[in-house]
Design a binder for this molecule. Structure first.
Ligand code: MSP
Length: 659
């Protein structure tokens, strides 16, 4: 019988379009869901929308449409984002679903029948934004202690849930179940809150004040308080969503992921509601931190709300998923900035991971006819054993970290293997081994160890970056089905039979410019930042690539023929010290060997160039670049960024002229 794993996100208010905060929790939940599925567990992942309450009613009124029409209008944007972010939810709940409404009414009736709901006159300070009452002593300088907005005194007859009755039981439960509220600091916060006497919870609103909600089954003049309605989604969703025949058995939830601002409603309101209904409490509630943007609170009025759609468009889904979970320990607050996103993207995805993949596949192509060779144990050294050990220990480490919701650590250990494999390439220098026929077995051993490392990384990355993992699988020619429980028993080093050729393909994570300066717009024209929609002035002047063909002076054929182009073969390549861009190439141009210093080091690693047939300008005056003489120039496509070297499609001898 497989283990059951039930993960939830908060259900999001449909008062506005989704932002990075919504994406954050949902991505985290998705990684967990994917991870446990790959482990072979039976998983239910629930997310959805909170469609009732004052906020939604107000947003609808502002748009001058009926609240249901407003929800129907916004719902596809959330679903669209989840599709773009590869969110693999099992159930998407809307609190306006009739089935959900019926479960809420059933819960209310149960509590009412048990005498846990009563009616009373209540006067309190009401915060419309947070949709909750505060007592006089809760207020801070006459403002809502939560959002610091003005509150209004409201007096009305409401229904109350006897939450206070469960205070001691709740405290006891928190003490005896250390994993119940996480992280520890948040548990202490909730225990602190429970030091004060717990009040009963107002669970209704008179329709005269708020009509957009679920009618109380025992009073048609009232609707249910939006939080009571919303929290019930965690088990109503199991009753009618998804494809599992036994979905209600997923209760209790393994983990409710929530933001720190909604911890009290979950840890206190929801827990006591469950106690009242005599249902088991969730195993854990984990409160994550909040994102600020460039050091400031994210808000519409500041105009700095991070738009997940724009980030995906600019950097891709995998990179966005990676950054959010890698940058900040889940549970702590973090800051989002385009520059930190860009740096991490360049360093860890484009350079470390992307290069490892392209270097390995290029070498398998150049030195092993695109096939993964077998390792020769006679030629294995300590380096191979270290790599194998690190790879074999990876999935257990990831599991440990993910069980503790330490996403950043899981990614850190994964990146550790990436970096180790890159160092392994540098230390073993397969391009040198390739030149010596006596080193053939050693070369095969090295190439095999690199392929195996990539295979292990494919498995490790699957929950985090499903696209990249899938693409690595295809490039390596692996015949595994990534939707089966591939992490249930493995991977095991050396156990895979590589029968298919590998393919290098295009860059997994192409290098990028920082979005704010990448768009070559005239300085006078403001351009919108990809992430936040804020106006930014482009600092990049117009480049030659902006010129239209009619601006380019025409030349005659005789002028063109002055340029002597030749086919050349790259014999050796190495990086120019202290330069990220320059490579020192030794090329065969027929009668002679030339040294060419080429600015292609961001696109290519030295080892993938050796053996390539290219085209060079052979009669360029020699010039010095970083103190090194360059006797010619390689031809490449691209203006600011080098996109690819020009080659020849046939097998043509070096030195052949090009016209
Ligand atoms: N509808 C309620 C939840 C009901 S759950 C039964 C709600 N919705 S919300 O749309 O306002 O917020 C949803 C989540 O977004 C919360 O977990 C909140 O913490 C999170 N975030 C909102 N802004 C955020 C950041 N700036 N950073 C990270 N998460 C943030 O509350």
């Amino acid at each position: 019988m497989p283990n059951r794993f039930y993960v939830t996100t908060p259900i999001y208010y449909v008062n506005d379009v989704p932002h990075i905060g919504h994406a954050y929790t949902t991505i985290a939940a998705d990684v967990l869901a994917r991870f446990y599925r790959l482990r072979g567990d039976d998983v239910f992942f629930l997310t959805g929308l909170d469609e009732h309450g004052q906020k939604v009613q107000q947003a609808a009124a502002k748009a001058d449409i009926d609240p249901q029409a407003h929800c129907d209008r916004l719902m596809p944007t959330f679903k669209d984002l989840w599709t773009k972010l590869d969110i693999s939810y099992d159930g998407f709940i809307r609190t306006t679903d009739p089935q959900h409404q019926a479960v809420v009414q059933r819960c209310l009736q149960t509590l009412h029948d048990k005498g846990l709901i009563y009616q009373a006159e209540y006067t309190g300070w009401y915060c419309t934004f947070d949709e909750r009452f505060w007592t006089e002593k809760d207020l801070e300088q006459a403002l809502c202690p939560d959002c610091r907005r003005p509150v209004e005194q409201v007096s009305e007859r409401n229904y109350f849930f006897r939450m206070s009755q469960f205070q001691d039981r709740l405290k006891e439960h928190i003490h005896s179940h250390p994993e119940f509220i996480q992280p520890d600091s948040r548990r202490n916060e909730v225990l602190g809150f429970l030091q004060k006497p717990l009040e009963d919870l107002s669970i209704s609103r008179p329709k005269s004040r708020l009509s957009w909600g679920i009618e109380l089954p025992f009073d048609k003049d009232c609707v249910t308080y939006v939080w009571f309605d919303a929290l019930v989604n965690y088990f109503s969703g199991l009753e009618y969503l998804g494809t599992h025949a036994n979905a209600p058995e997923f209760w209790p939830a393994s983990v409710h992921l929530v933001g720190k601002d909604i911890l009290t409603t979950h840890a206190v309101y929801w827990s006591t509601m469950l106690m009242g209904m005599e249902r088991t409490l969730p195993q854990s509630i984990f409160a994550h931190g909040w994102w600020t943007v460039d050091g400031e609170k994210m808000s519409k009025s500041r105009g700095n709300v991070v738009d997940p759609f724009a980030m995906i468009k600019e950097f891709g889904t995998d990179a966005f998923r990676y950054f959010l979970l890698r940058q900040v320990p889940f549970g702590q607050d973090g800051d989002f900035s385009l520059s930190s996103f860009h740096s991490r993207y360049q360093a860890e995805l484009a350079n470390d991971l992307g290069n490892l993949v392209s270097r390995t596949l290029a070498m398998l192509g150049n030195f092993s006819q695109h096939m993964v060779p077998r390792s020769d144990p006679q030629t294995e050294t300590e380096l191979e054993h270290q790599l194998q050990q690190a790879a074999s220990a990876l999935s257990e480490k990831i599991e440990q970290h993910l069980r503790a919701l330490e996403f950043h650590r899981a990614l850190e250990v994964t990146l550790g293997l990436v970096q180790m494999a890159n160092q392994y390439i540098d230390k073993t220098a397969p391009w040198i081994l390739a030149k010596d026929p006596d080193k053939k077995s050693r070369l095969q051993t090295v190439l095999f160890h690199l392929a195996e490392s990539l295979r292990f990384l494919t498995f490790a990355l699957a929950p985090f970056m499903p696209h990249a993992a899938d693409s690595m699988k295809t490039r390596l020619g692996l015949t595994i089905d990534m939707s089966t429980p591939i992490l249930a028993s493995g991977p095991i080093w050396g156990e895979y039979d590589y029968i298919n050729p590998v393919t290098k393909g295009t860059s997994l994570f192409p290098k990028k410019d920082l979005p704010s300066t990448s768009a070559p717009e005239p300085a006078s024209s403001p351009t919108a930042s990809a992430a936040t929609g804020k106006k930014i002035e482009s600092a990049t002047p117009q480049t030659p690539s902006d010129l239209t063909p009619s601006d380019t002076p025409l030349i005659g054929i005789d002028e063109f023929l002055k340029v002597q182009l030749k086919v050349a073969k790259i014999l050796e390549a190495e990086r120019v010290p202290k330069s990220s861009k320059l490579l020192k190439l030794q090329v065969d141009v027929g009668a002679e060997k030339r040294q060419i210093i080429a600015g292609i080091g961001k696109k290519y690693s030295p080892e993938e160039l050796v053996g390539k047939t290219i085209v060079v300008v052979a009669n360029l005056k020699p010039a010095k670049l970083m103190g090194l003489e360059s006797q010619g120039m390689v031809l490449a496509a691209g203006e600011n960024d080098m996109l690819g070297l020009l080659g020849v499609s046939e097998d043509i001898a070096p030195g052949t002229k090009v016209k």
